[in-house]
Write a protein that binds this ligand. Structure first.
Ligand code: TYD
Length: 231
């Protein structure tokens, strides 16, 4: 069994991650890959139970530190119950937000000490570092307008509710992160035509895709053929 890949999608509010994940999942499935789409906070039974506590704002009054621990415990469950088994089974895991969201939301705009966050991340991720992180970038103002539109009059969640300046800080922090980790992170411009954005997402994903089992067979066959020809 060949090893799968773990690809995460990050960005501010209203960046268009979900639409792009849906499109790339369809493309990869058409190519013959076994795809798992998941999200954070959540993605496993245990983590989904924590999701509401975090997004409703129920944990907000206990402080950012408490929220960071909850995100981390949800992540640990998600990694061990869903992500790692899928990657080990050769699947392509597409995850809507992961540890970088904690670095930016709880770290940069939550002011949690860097050492604490690093330790939490190390324990929660437990070696499951993404093969690729796509950061979909849109100006905070546009992203927030989209998020507000999407909510169709319903109350925004605990993080969406924050002020524009905070969302701007997050956008810049994601761009900074991409500069710090250029091998893992690729920034895709989230403005413009959905299909064009999807093409750019595919270009980045293509670079990390494993060979399909059928391609592997062809490759082995042609290698064997060459060997027997030269014998
Ligand atoms: P969600 O409704 O899943 O969607 P979206 O990614 O489209 O915003 O919202 C998740 C929210 O939780 C989002 O505001 C970012 C925040 N978040 C953190 O603050 N820290 C984290 O570690 C994660 C995974 C998410």
């Amino acid at each position: 069994m060949y090893k799968g890949r773990f690809i995460t999608f990050e960005g501010g509010e209203g960046a268009g991650k979900s639409t792009q994940i849906k499109l790339i999942a369809e493309t990869l499935e058409k190519l013959g890959y076994d795809v798992v789409v998941t999200r954070e906070p959540g993605g496993s039974v245990g983590a989904e139970a924590t999701r509401h506590v975090l997004l409703s704002g129920a944990a907000e009054e206990f402080g950012v530190r408490m929220e960071a621990f909850l995100f981390a415990s949800a992540r640990s469950d998600h990694v061990e119950e869903v992500i790692r088994p899928a990657v080990e089974a050769g699947k392509i895991v597409l995850c809507d937000r992961f540890a970088d969201s904690t670095r930016i939301y709880q770290g940069v705009t939550g002011n949690i000490e860097a050492t604490l966050l690093k330790n939490l991340e190390r324990v929660a991720v437990n070696g499951m570092v993404p093969d690729l992180t796509i950061i979909i970038d849109v100006p905070a103002e546009i992203g927030m307008a989209r998020a507000t539109n999407r909510s169709a009059g319903q109350e925004l969640d605990r993080f969406e509710k924050e002020e524009l300046g905070t969302h701007e800080l997050r956008r810049n922090a994601f761009l900074e992160l991409a500069k710090e980790e250029p091998i893992r992170c690729t920034v895709v411009d989230g403005l413009g035509d959905v299909e064009d954005i999807a093409d750019n997402v595919f270009k980045a994903v293509e670079m990390v895709l494993p060979l399909l089992p059928s391609q592997k067979k062809t490759k082995n066959k042609s290698a064997a053929q060459k060997k027997s020809n030269s014998a």
